[in-house]
Design a protein around this ligand. Structure first.
Ligand SMILES: [Zn+2]
Length: 238
């Protein structure tokens, strides 16, 4: 069914060339149930897609259709939000009670996809999940607000959250592959640049540059984006 994990494994798939033979996005509708109250939640589970590359914040583009939209969904009753595997997981009664209380206090009705990811990121923070997984959710949430003029403050707040958690992953060395830590260094830099913390950004572009694990395609981006930071350019639509 859902055979790949999402947290930053897509770059691994790209590196392995695993997606090259597929030329369109397709997904199958599947019904899941909210683990807290049993409400039906529909997921269109991605079966195939064709990616042409990544924008400077690692957002995939190409024939990816509703890939990001369909990865995380929310229960319309209690707003529990997550990936298919979060809906499939078994929760103990104690865990359910804690989650219900958390959602009641912290989650409002999601207005858009960014909100669904934000609720999921919040749940992951509540569980103290690995920082790179939390960061990846905040980063993906921010993709939905790209170019949405009136939501730029919210987008930057999400990007700052992503920066902090990617930074934590690097400092705790909790990356599942050394290459990911190198990519996270670039992302920390890029998120700081976009949120006007140019000095911090420049420190992190240097850290990424010095990391021998940084893949060539990210190294190229790192050099280009470092140049923007040197010019105090906080362009956020790239
Ligand atoms: Zn629910």
């Amino acid at each position: 069914m859902n055979t790949f994990k999402h947290y930053f494994l897509v770059p691994a798939m790209l590196l392995a060339g695993a997606l090259q033979s597929v030329f369109a996005h397709s997904c199958d509708m599947e019904t899941y149930h909210c683990p807290l109250d049993g409400t039906e939640v529909l997921f269109c589970v991605t079966k195939s897609m064709y990616t042409e590359g990544r924008q400077k914040d690692m957002q995939l583009y190409g024939a990816i259709g509703t890939y990001y939209e369909e990865l995380v969904n929310s229960c319309p009753t209690c707003y529990f939000s997550g990936y298919v595997e979060d809906f499939e997981k078994e929760y103990t009664e104690t865990e359910k009670a804690a989650l219900r209380a958390y959602l009641k206090a912290n989650a409002g009705k999601p207005e858009d996809e960014a909100d669904e990811y934000a609720i999921h990121a919040g749940i992951k923070e509540f569980y103290n999940d690995p920082p790179q997984e939390i960061a990846d959710n905040w980063l993906t949430a921010s993709y939905f607000l790209k170019g949405v003029k009136e939501q730029q403050e919210k987008r930057r707040a999400m990007q700052l959250k992503a920066a902090c958690f990617f930074e934590q992953a690097v400092s705790e060395n909790s990356c599942t592959e050394p290459q990911y830590c190198a990519i996270y260094k670039y992302l920390v830099a890029e998120m700081y640049r976009r949120t006007d913390f140019f000095e911090d950004a420049l420190v992190w572009y240097e850290k990424a540059k010095k990391d021998s694990e940084l893949p060539e395609w990210v190294r190229k981006m790192n050099t280009e984006q470092q140049q923007l930071a040197q010019n105090n350019d906080d362009s956020n639509d790239v």
